[in-house]
Every structure is written in structure tokens, then in C-alpha cells.
Design a binder for this molecule. Structure first.
Ligand code: SF4
Ligand code: SF4
Length: 803
């Protein structure tokens, strides 16, 4: 590595800092640090004349490392790095520190101690800068094509958005028809309009007006030129990297040629097989060859292979006028090359038959909300008539039971969030069509949190729908009169009573779709505690996953209503478009790398990496070594903190860089109080220190802060190293364990801190000298308090006695 010539630029921040810090002393101190070629004092080095000074120094003084003490380093760094790069310096050789919020403001009452701390901070920055290596920006190709998994409303919306933006889109749906749950729901709250009504795509030039909403089968959706729709298809394998995935799709045979079927319906007239129609809640039968009504997409028949007699019968083959029926079709496997993947697999109704007291599946007149929706639908099995499935007579008394299988720790603890509104919708649709129907809704709480939803509830009450606050304990059947009896305790009136009903409708929990777990494993993304896909950050990145290029929308993350599903679909589409729009992915090289000589293929790091960035690759005969994907690596360093033989390092946070920084921070004392090293993660930990400074909170200047990418990078021996370097106490400050930016880093650090405490005890050192704290950005007060508390604790313990 070339000899370091460090240029140090000290901003006094409009003279604010020079009232606290002795800049003359700082300049003298810096001049004496080896490798420093230039020290300049000034104001605002991130713009105007200040920035020009830096550029001139790089050009004329051949400065090859920069240390700039400037305020708001996150912002000023952008301008400084850009200018340095334009002046010919590698942009990764710049170190920006904050003497204001990290030193002058919090220690303004002890200016001489603040100046000593500033000296330590500058020394640490210089030592770190000297060891920085020039890095390159990495560029990876990105295929401008997206796979959308799931053909419900969210998947269709995301596919349409991306196709309209010019991307090649593959939309796959495992069922024979698009539409998902929406197609069966008939209508949506709170507008009560058709569930399968969608916007017309922008590519449908004739239809595109502000008012262009159409049924999906009339909207031109299926005719978008760059949209490839594959039904009866599922993902079976995902390989590759973000921007360049190879996805294997298994397409089950339809046994009907999509390009030839003209929907003449002759095939169903000759098909001899009749089976219960699952799509229509088994309220009618269908043939082995069938189509859903209304047809969503494709408008083509399909053969149910579990029911068809195939060559034994083949009557449909004979009668088909276009020779569309192909009984010898086989499952096909196809591979798609896509840059991004959107998961829109939705949710499904929980099977309430496990809840024995409600006798679903045993009493035919106990049905679910989705089954009721098929009855309400004019296209449905009863053409809109509300009947008792047992005898098909009109249902005049209907009881809805809310929270069936949800908000109940026996089954599913979560609130499915939309079932109250679904029941209100179904109840009101029935009441509008059949005003004499007696309807009661038994509920725990009616949750109407969306826009206009409370008015919807009010309207239901005005229409005469009755509400009983109580979860029914049992449904029984009285064969005389074919009546259901619902036992319920009214929690408001505090009395038990029985409700007689012709039909009981269960508002069941909404649970993850089948194959959710399998798909998550293939994609390398996580599920939450309830089994839904887990987003990267519920607040900031609700449609992203921890894997770049893989996005989520609709009910895949949680049950959602249609407007929210649409919003998430738009968001996922924008995220995917943004990721792939340039056809390349530019990435930082501050990634991990493996020293193959030391790697003992223990497999710890491939398992621990939250981003699946490490694989074991063969090296010689029966030996494997870890290999890091620069594209997938997010630079957390958790692998570094895990490797038992120190075979992995993180560029720019290598052990020798961290050690040099630590030694320098503890090399200048200048305080009567015991030196404490606070090792913070670069996310919440470090920003909590920022925020305490910004709020001018005070804490003692003996607390020296060292930033690491994530506390997960730390190894037990580094805590001991800190004590050896002169720290009397060590604070590790990371994100909350359930809010770590790198998922598990904070948890891992806590475990190592706990282990180090045990070791300290063994060595005769008080374990209280080491502490881990978890905080978020705004908890600057918590940091300041902890720094004060730790100082007092160490003062009480007295000087550290190292053996
Ligand atoms: S630094 Fe983090 S993201 Fe990169 S390989 Fe290591 S554990 Fe994975
Ligand atoms: S943890 Fe270390 S030794 Fe184990 S596989 Fe990874 S690099 Fe190799």
C-alpha cells in the first residue's frame, strides 16, 4: 500500500466550536500524528471555498487520505466525497467526523476535557484513514424483467404497473384462472363494487381515460404486449442473484389448448363426470371439464385431472369443434430469467372445522363468509339467493360469528383485520336484497379502522342489523325444523341467551396461503411469527424484503383490504422498477471477503449471514471454502463476528483498522474520570449519539465513541482488547434486538457481551465494566444517561486491575 499522506481539515462551524474547543491545540496535536501531511483550519469544508481548499490540497499537495471534521457528516460527506473523487482521489479514502454533536456540544461545560477528547477523535480518524484501502464501485448487470407470483388483485396490479412501465413481466398463478380470492368475493367494501373491477392498463390506448375501470376480463389486461400470463403454474426453483434470477416454473397441463378454445361449452354437455364445485362452495356441481364464472383469465376451459376419466371417456375430445382438448398434455418445466421477483401470493380462509364447538363441515348450514359471498354473487351457485345448503330453502335468520380462529391463542392469535368489514358488507348486501332477513352479528370488537369504514358500520346498524357483543360458545342443531341454535353470552347485558338461525356464517381468520413456507425458503426470505412473509421494515420498507430484488405485496404479508393491497402492489412495482430501471446494479465494495487459507469450512458463516450472501464452494479434494457474493453482501460484518478462525474480514472494518482506531481513541486521556469506550453500530447506536449531541444533552467527555457497521461484527476478544488498550469500561450500543438493521446483529452482539462477562469474571475483572445497550435514534437521552451511569459505576468500581 502506498505511503499515507493525510490531509486534515478542521471546521470550526462558523466559530461556534472555537468557543469550546481549542483549535490551536488541536492543530498542534494533529501535526504531530505520523502520516499527516497537512492540517487546515477553517469553516465549512463541505461547500464553497472550504471545498475548494480540499480539492486544491488533493491536487497540489498530493494528499491521498482525507480526514474532515465537519458538522452533519452524513450530509457533508456526500459533497466532500464527490469533490474528492472529481479531484482524483479514490472516494473510499475519506473519513468525516463530527466534532460538534459528538464532542463540543455534549461536553461544553468542560471545554478542556472536550478538547482532549477531540484530539483522541482526530487521532482515531487519522489512524483509520491511514489503513483505508481504495475500493471500486461494483457494477452488476440487471435483467429488465420481473416475475410476479400470484394472480390475485395485488399481483395483477403490480404486473400491470410494471408492464406499463415497459418491463417484461411474467405473471404466474397456481390456480387455473387468475383472480384469487377477489374473484370469489364478488364485491368489495366499502364501495360495494365488483371485486374483479380493475383499472384499464395504460397500454390499452383505447380504454385509458381517468374513468376507465372494467372487469378484468374486459379491461385489456390480458392483452398487454409485454405481459406473459401463466396459469396452473408454480415456482419450483429459484437460482441466481438479485438482478439476474433463473426461476424454474412447473406448468401443469390444462388439457385444453388456450389458443384454440372458443368457449362454446359443448364439452360440458357431454362430460359425464360431475363433482362438487369447490370454487362455488360446493353449492353446485361442475363437470370434470369446466370454466369459472364470470371468467377472469384465461377465458378457456380446464380439465380437473383428479376427476377426468381421460382416454376411458374422451367425449370432450370428440365434440370439440376446434380440436382444443388435448388429453395427452404433460407438465412442462420452463425457466425464466428475471431481474426481480414480486410475491403476491395472498392469504386464505382458515379451515374452521378444527373448532369443534361450531361444527363446520358437520352442519351444512354453518358456512364461511367466502361461501356466503358465492351465494350473494349473482353469477354464483344460487344466483344471489340466500339459502340453507341443507335443504336449499331460503335462509331468513342469519347469525354471523366474528373472530372464528383469530384473536384466539388456541388457533391464531392475530386479528385478521378485514373480517369485520367483510361480515358488515355481506350482511348489508343481504339486507338490501332481502330486507326481511333477520341478521345478528356476534362480535368481540367491531374493528372499522379504514377510511369511511365507521360510516359503513353505522349504516349497517341503521339498516336494522343487530349486534351482540359476545363470542358464541356453541352451535347446536335442532333437527325439528332444521334450526341452528347459537349459545352466546352478551357481554354488555351480562346474560346468556340462545339465537335461532337458519344459517350461521363464520368470519374465519385469514391465514397465509399454501406453499408460503416453501416459497420463502426458495427465495431466502423470512416469515413472521404468524407465518406471513416478513417485510424488511414494516414502517420504512413495507414492500421490500431483506433480499434485494425480491418484493412483497397484497395479503402475502398480512390480510389486507383491496385499497391497501392495491397500494402495496403499486409500491412493490415502483421498487422493482427502480431497482432494475438502469439495467445495472451499482454496489459498494465494503463487503466481506474470505481468507481461503484459514477457512475451515465450518459452515457457521453461510448459516449466520442474514442476506444469504455466503456459499461454500469446493476447493480441492473434499475441502470447501466460504465465498461471499459482493452483490448480496450488505456489509454488516456479522459473519466476521461469527467465524471461529478469523477467516472472514470486512473491507474497511478489518480487525487491524478497528484496533488502531480503538487504541487512538484511548490514547489521549485528559480527564479525571475513567475512560470508557462506547462501541456503536452505524445505525441506531451511532445516531442515538448524534441525537444526544443535537439536543445538547451532556455526558462526560471520558466516553469515547467508536463506530462499527453493526455490533454483530464484534468478537469477544475485542472487548478484552479494549480493556487492554486503556478502557476502564466498555459500552456496546446497538439497535433494539427486534429492530436491528441487519436483523440479527444486535442479538448476536448481546450474546457475545454475555459471554465476555463470564470470561471477565473468570479473569477477576468485574463483569459490570461491560454493558450492552439497545436503542433507537431518538433515544439520545438514553445514551447520555447510560454514559453518565456507566461513568459513575466505573468510578465506584475503581481502577481496573489487569493481571
Ligand atoms: S458482511 Fe454481513 S451480509 Fe456480508 S457476508 Fe457477512 S454476514 Fe453476510
Ligand atoms: S465461519 Fe470462517 S471458517 Fe467457517 S466457513 Fe465461514 S469463513 Fe470458513
Amino acid at each position: 500500500m502506498e505511503e499515507a499522506k493525510v490531509g486534515v481539515f478542521l471546521s470550526n462551524c462558523g466559530k461556534q466550536l472555537s468557543e469550546i474547543l481549542d483549535f490551536k491545540a488541536l492543530t498542534e496535536h494533529v501535526k504531530k500524528v505520523s502520516g499527516v501531511a497537512l492540517v487546515v483550519q477553517g469553516n465549512e469544508f463541505w461547500r464553497g471555498e472550504g471545498l475548494k481548499t480540499i480539492v486544491d490540497a488533493i491536487k497540489s499537495k498530493k494528499i491521498n487520505r482525507l480526514v474532515v471534521a465537519e458538522t452533519l457528516p452524513k450530509l457533508s460527506e456526500i459533497a466532500i466525497v464527490k469533490a474528492a473523487e472529481e479531484a482524483g482521489l479514490n472516494p473510499y479514502l475519506v473519513e468525516v467526523i463530527d466534532l460538534k454533536d459528538h464532542c463540543a456540544w455534549p461536553h461544553r461545560d468542560t471545554p478542556s476535557e472536550a478538547t482532549e477528547k477531540a484530539k483522541a477523535m482526530l487521532s482515531a480518524a487519522i489512524e483509520r484513514a491511514k489503513l483505508l484501502e481504495p475500493l471500486e464501485k461494483l457494477e452488476f448487470p440487471a435483467v429488465k424483467s420481473v416475475l410476479v407470483i400470484g394472480g390475485g388483485i395485488a399481483g395483477m396490479q403490480a404486473a400491470e404497473d410494471l408492464a406499463d412501465l415497459g418491463f417484461e413481466v411474467h405473471l404466474i398463478e397456481k390456480a387455473p384462472f387468475l383472480g384469487g380470492l377477489a374473484a370469489r368475493a364478488g364485491r368489495f367494501f366499502p364501495t360495494d363494487d365488483c371485486a374483479i373491477c380493475i383499472q384499464s392498463p395504460a397500454s390499452d390506448v383505447k380504454a385509458i381515460t381517468h374513468t376507465s375501470r372494467k372487469c378484468v376480463y374486459r379491461s385489456g389486461f390480458s392483452e398487454i404486449p409485454n405481459l406473459n400470463i401463466l396459469t396452473n403454474s408454480k415456482v419450483v426453483k429459484v437460482e441466481g442473484v438479485p438482478g439476474n434470477y433463473k426461476v424454474t416454473i412447473e406448468k401443469k397441463p390444462r388439457y385444453v389448448d388456450e389458443s384454440k378454445c372458443v368457449r362454446c361449452d359443448l364439452c360440458t354437455t357431454v362430460c359425464p363426470v360431475e363433482v362438487p364445485d369447490e370454487y362455488n362452495a360446493k353449492l353446485k356441481t361442475r363437470k370434470a371439464i369446466y370454466i369459472n364464472t364470470p371468467p377472469v383469465h384465461p377465458p378457456v376451459y380446464v380439465i380437473d385431472e383428479s376427476a377426468c376419466k381421460f382416454q376411458e371417456c374422451a367425449k370432450c375430445v370428440e365434440i370439440c369443434p376446434t380440436k382444443a382438448v388435448k388429453l395427452n398434455q404433460k407438465t412442462e418445466k420452463l425457466t425464466l430469467n428475471v431481474g426481480g421477483i414480486i410475491v403476491a401470493t395472498g392469504f386464505k380462509e382458515y379451515d374452521p372445522s378444527v373448532i369443534k364447538e361450531y361444527h363446520y363441515g358437520e352442519y351444512p348450514n354453518v358456512i364461511t363468509n367466502l361461501e356466503l359471498a358465492r351465494m350473494i354473487d349473482g353469477f354464483g351457485p344460487t344466483n344471489g339467493a340466500i339459502i340453507k345448503p341443507s335443504d336449499r330453502k331460503p335462509a331468513k335468520r342469519i347469525v354471523f360469528i366474528q373472530c372464528v380462529g383469530s384473536r384466539d391463542r388456541r388457533w391464531n392469535p392475530w386479528c385478521s383485520s378485514i373480517c369485520c368489514m367483510i361480515s358488515l358488507k355481506n350482511a348489508m348486501l343481504i339486507k338490501s336484497a332481502y330486507p326481511d332477513t333477520d341478521i345478528t352479528i356476534c362480535y368481540i370488537d367491531i374493528r372499522t379502522t379504514g377510511r369511511e369504514h365507521e360510516y359503513y358500520y353505522e349504516k349497517a346498524r341503521e339498516m336494522g342489523i343487530k349486534f351482540v357483543k359476545g363470542r358464541p360458545t356453541e352451535i347446536s342443531h335442532d333437527p325439528d325444523g332444521n334450526i341452528l341454535i347459537v349459545d352466546v353470552e352478551d357481554a354488555i347485558l351480562r346474560r346468556f341467551f340462545e339465537l335461532e338461525a337458519d344459517l350461521v356464517v363464520l368470519a374465519t381468520a385469514m391465514v397465509p396461503s399454501e406453499d408460503t413456507k416453501e416459497l420463502a425458503e426458495m427465495l431466502g426470505i423470512e416469515l413472521d411469527q404468524d407465518g406471513f412473509f416478513k417485510e424488511y421494515n414494516a414502517k420504512l420498507r413495507p414492500t421490500e424484503t431483506k433480499i434485494r430484488g425480491v418484493y412483497l405485496c397484497g395479503g402475502a404479508t398480512f390480510p389486507k383490504d383491496a385499497p391497501t393491497s392495491s397500494l402495496h402492489a403499486h409500491s412493490a412495482a415502483v421498487k422493482a422498477a427502480k431497482f432494475l430501471s438502469t439495467g445495472k446494479i451499482i454496489k459498494d465494495q465494503r463487503t466481506a471477503f474470505v481468507n481461503e487459507e484459514y477457512c475451515g469450512d465450518c459452515e457457521f458463516c453461510p448459516v449466520i449471514c442474514p442476506f444469504n450472501a455466503i456459499t461454500l464452494v469446493p476447493k480441492g479434494e473434499d475441502h470447501f471454502v466460504a465465498q461471499v457474493s459482493d452483490l448480496k453482501c450488505e456489509g454488516c460484518g456479522i459473519c466476521v463476528g461469527t467465524c471461529p478462525v478469523n477467516a472472514i474480514e470486512l473491507r474497511h472494518s478489518r480487525p487491524k483498522q478497528m484496533e488502531a482506531q480503538m487504541n487512538a481513541l484511548l490514547s489521549v486521556n485528559g480527564t479525571s474520570k475513567p475512560l470508557i469506550l462506547a462501541i456503536t453500530c452505524s445505525e441506531c447506536g451511532h445516531t442515538a449519539v448524534d441525537s444526544s449531541g443535537m439536543a445538547m444533552m451532556q455526558y462526560p467527555a471520558n466516553v469515547r465513541v467508536m463506530k462499527v457497521p453493526c455490533t454483530g461484527i464484534l468478537q469477544v476478544h475485542q472487548f478484552l482488547q479494549a480493556f487492554k488498550a486503556g478502557a476502564q469500561g466498555v459500552m456496546v450500543v446497538g439497535c433494539k434486538t427486534d429492530g436491528c438493521h441487519y436483523e440479527v446483529g444486535s442479538q448476536k452482539a448481546q450474546k457475545k457481551v454475555d459471554l465476555a462477562k463470564v470470561l471477565l469474571k473468570e479473569y477477576g475483572i468485574e463483569p459490570e465494566r461491560l454493558e450492552m445497550l439497545h436503542m433507537v435514534f431518538i433515544e439520545g437521552d438514553k445514551f447520555a444517561e447510560a454514559a453518565q451511569m456507566m461513568t459513575e459505576r466505573i468510578e465506584k468500581l475503581g481502577p481496573l486491575q489487569l493481571m
